[in-house]
Design a protein around this ligand. Structure first.
Ligand code: NAD
Length: 299
């Protein structure tokens, strides 16, 4: 089975490496020459272009930044051959980028119209998960295509969940990250409120982590240093999950909220709060650093 892996960035390169290490025949490509050189230096087979990598491929995996990049690579707007034109007939297209639900559905439709099969398979777990092959995949597409992709996804991740039909992997991702954003803000507000009331960080942690306030934003990504020694707060909010990426994902949530007309007031407020955070230093800091903004604005 011939696999093309396109998009060798922070996530894509370690994912492609893990796939090759599991014994698959992988050819990688990225539009950034430096990313191709880094991949080749690391021993990955690379190609001269995206279509070169995908020509005759049975599986085409993409790991780009945006939905526009995915759609344009599938079917080029300038009329040149796109990935859908050159892959083997009936190839399986797996897009692992985090993109909007409607963009993912458009990508599925393009692949289907070209006689191919496709899945949306965004991930969580970050660069560390990509390197250690411990990513979680959220997958949208048919049962048959999901089963065909499963061994490949399991070579790159630890948890693979079939969420339903086309676009529903992206739907799960956007819903999960909206929960995460809202809960991280709530936890940060609670710590600042506790400080003002004279409550120690450790005391609040000991109570809430064993009570109904318990959540990942508290017990793994604790926004104050001390209670969880591995959380970004202990290393001056180095990410982790950068504010810029949370802001991107909340932009996708906002798009989905307005497309569906859902009354998601907390989600939209989180969107606004993280857009401001990411417009400043927060872009490059962990999103739990929002506590510093809350503290400063409470002064
Ligand atoms: P990145 O910018 O490091 O990598 C994306 C790569 O895609 C870039 O190197 C870019 O040059 C390349 N690219 C774009 N168009 C291309 C094309 N047509 N052909 C070949 N290469 C092309 O981004 P990343 O951090 O690896 O993230 C990738 C995706 O994963 C994003 O959608 C992001 O939201 C999502 N994600 C990232 C993380 C994280 O922690 N970095 C975690 C979960 C999900």
């Amino acid at each position: 089975m011939k696999i093309a892996f396109l998009g060798l960035g922070h996530m894509g390169l370690p994912m492609a490496r893990n796939l090759a290490a599991a014994g698959h025949e992988v050819t990688g490509f990225d539009v950034m020459p430096a990313a191709v050189s880094a991949a080749a230096d690391g021993g990955l087979t690379t190609a001269e272009s995206g279509t070169d990598a995908a020509t005759g491929a049975d599986v085409v995996i993409t790991m780009f930044q945006t939905g526009a990049q995915v759609l344009d690579a599938y079917r080029r707007s300038d009329g040149a051959a796109g990935l859908l034109d050159v892959a083997a007939p009936g190839a399986l297209f797996i897009d692992c980028s985090t993109i909007a639900v409607d963009e993912a559905r458009a990508a599925h439709a393009l692949a289907e119209a070209a006689g191919h099969r496709s899945l949306d398979a965004p991930v969580s777990g970050g660069v560390v998960g990509a390197e250690n092959a411990t990513l979680a995949f959220m997958v949208g597409g048919t049962d048959e295509d999901f089963e065909a992709a499963r061994p490949l996804l399991e070579a790159m991740g630890r948890r693979v969940v079939h969420c339903g039909g086309a676009g529903l992997g992206q739907a799960a991702k956007v819903c999960n990250n909206m929960i995460l954003a809202v809960s991280q803000i709530a936890v940060a507000e609670a710590f600042v409120l506790g400080e003002r009331l004279g409550l120690s960080h450790q005391a609040l942690f000991d109570v809430a982590s064993n009570a109904s306030g318990q959540c990942w934003a508290l017990t793994t990504n604790c926004p104050v240093p001390g209670p969880v020694p591995t959380s970004p707060a202990n290393r001056d909010y180095q990410p982790g999950f950068a504010g810029a990426l949370m802001n991107k994902d909340l932009g996708l949530a906002e798009h989905a909220i307005s497309a569906t007309g859902v009354e998601a007031r907390m989600g939209m407020l989180a969107r606004e709060i993280y857009a401001q955070y990411a417009a400043g230093d927060g872009a490059g800091q962990d999103f739990s650093g929002i506590i510093n903004t809350i503290r400063a604005e409470s002064a």
